[in-house]
Design a protein around this ligand. Structure first.
Ligand code: ZN
Length: 472
């Protein structure tokens, strides 16, 4: 049997072929949110199905209410009964490429360019998010299969095409296919490293809900000379409510808002502290210098472990040139909340509505326009055996202890896997802060791609080794 070193050498020897396959995938302009590209999405799905079938998986394309998903199953016959079942998830859709004129090379014609720092980078829309990343796992599986003949686990690969758009399509698909997607753990490669030399495992993601509030008062816009004084002004009602949302310490004032927010374990706080998050630089990058937000929490703690209430838009009244002495009939605000821990989206929404109701004058009305797409926060136990296994594998590859990171953003599918399948997710990714995902000139470092494949190869080796131990 080939040793792990042999398999890794195989990865390196086949790197050009792996890159050629990634380039083929990158050439499909899979902008799923634009109907003009739906043909390209179908073509990419067919290509991915072919790729997975070629690896010996039973692959098929399945319709959803959005773009098709590719599902590939792999179950080697001679696998011991205690071998795990793994669900690997990735997305083949990409963000729109505009503005096109800012790209140094066309977004769907992948190019390799070597920087002044000696690092070679893959430039294309999707190079990192998520085509480059998902291919690291698939190429590792391919290399392992070539060297060892079979993977040490049952595997279901699920690739979707609506991640950048409407995540409810996949939610519906998962809800309908619960039994088939059941797994012991999900693997996702769609997150980042701590820096170019330090790998990371993401163990916390914030959830998110949005809400639009419409306050109405008078039945029509009024003249402030005639009604200014006696008439209720919805802008004043709304801004008073918005002003009350936070107390003087930056805490959200909605009663019960912090229910389900657990303190971060001491060991995690220590590790975060040791990372020396560059607060000043982080704020300076966006023209700020003084941390706002909840008092008593550092910038990284606020982003990684604290919930927020944000006002994303406010509109009402006259905003054109010159002045108009109007009392508007309505005032609107768009709000969103980032959630952590066990904060339940439905309860937060209810709390907000009660908060508004308590401040609403008797002759005003309130309406809500909810967009849906609620997601709960996700926390993966840092002592989970999968996290431990990945930690060891990443350390071997990068010669550096991986950081257990949190991400202030949301990856709704992780919550879907948890709530619908009861499955925890291992989030290992090789993206870097300067990858320009969602921006012009998106790139993925060649070293992220190569060492990403090697990292997954080591994770596969770790699973094989566990099985060896399980048998004896
Ligand atoms: Zn992504």
């Amino acid at each position: 049997m080939k040793s792990l070193d042999d398999v890794l050498q195989g990865v390196d020897a086949a790197l050009d072929d792996s890159l050629a396959r990634l380039f083929e995938l990158l050439r499909f302009p899979t902008v799923a949110t634009d109907p003009a590209y739906h043909g390209a999405c179908r073509d990419a799905a067919a290509w991915l199905k072919g790729l997975l079938a070629d690896m010996g998986f039973e692959a098929r394309i399945e319709a959803t209410t959005g773009q098709p998903v590719i599902v590939a199953e792999y179950a080697p016959k001679d696998l011991p009964s205690h071998a795990p079942r793994i669900l690997f998830y990735g997305h083949y859709d990409v963000q729109p490429a505009d503005p096109l004129e800012l790209w140094e090379s066309p977004p769907f014609e992948p190019r390799l360019r070597k920087g002044a720092d000696g690092e070679t980078r893959i430039f294309a829309r999707g190079a990192c998010d998520d085509k480059g990343q998902l291919m690291t796992f698939l190429e590792a599986s391919r290399a392992w299969l070539k060297a060892r003949g079979s993977l040490p686990f049952r595997l279901t690969v699920l690739l979707e095409g609506d991640e950048e758009g409407d995540s409810t399509h996949l939610d519906r698909y998962v809800a309908k296919n619960r039994t088939r997607l059941k797994a012991d753990v999900a693997f996702i490669c769609d997150t980042g490293m701590w820096d170019a030399k330090t790998p990371a495992i993401t163990t916390r993601l914030r959830g998110c809900i949005s809400e639009e509030i419409v306050i109405s008062g008078p039945s029509k816009d009024l003249h402030s000379g005639l009604y200014g004084g006696p008439a209720r002004n919805p802008i004043r009602v709304l801004t008073k409510i918005l002003g009350d949302l936070h107390d003087r310490n930056g805490r959200v004032a909605i009663p019960g808002f912090y229910d389900g927010v657990d303190p971060v374990p001491l060991a995690t706080r220590r590790q975060w502290k040791s990372l020396k998050f560059p607060e000043k630089k982080y704020l300076k990058g966006v023209g700020l210098s003084i941390p706002a937000g909840e008092k008593g929490y550092a910038v990284h703690e606020q982003m990684w472990s604290r919930p927020t209430a944000e006002i994303n838009g406010v509109y009402s009244g006259y905003t054109g040139a010159g002045s108009k002495t109007v009392l508007p009939a309505q005032a609107m605000a768009k709000l969103s909340f980032r959630l952590v821990g066990r904060q339940a989206p439905a309860r937060i929404r209810k709390g907000l509505r009660e908060f508004v109701k308590a401040r609403l004058p008797a002759d005003c009305k309130v309406r809500y326009k909810s967009e849906g797409g609620d997601s709960m926060a996700v926390t993966v136990s840092e002592s989970s055996p999968w996290v431990r296994l990945a930690q060891a594998a990443l350390k071997d590859e990068w010669k550096k202890e991986p950081v257990l990171m949190a991400d202030g953003a949301s990856i709704p599918v992780v919550g879907t896997f948890k709530s619908l399948l009861g499955v925890d997710t291992l989030l290992v990714g090789f993206g870097l802060e300067d990858d320009s995902v969602h921006s012009p000139n998106e790139k993925y470092n060649l070293s992220s791609f190569r060492k990403g494949i090697r990292s997954w190869t080591r994770i596969i080796a770790g699973i094989a080794e566990q099985q060896g131990r399980g048998k004896s």
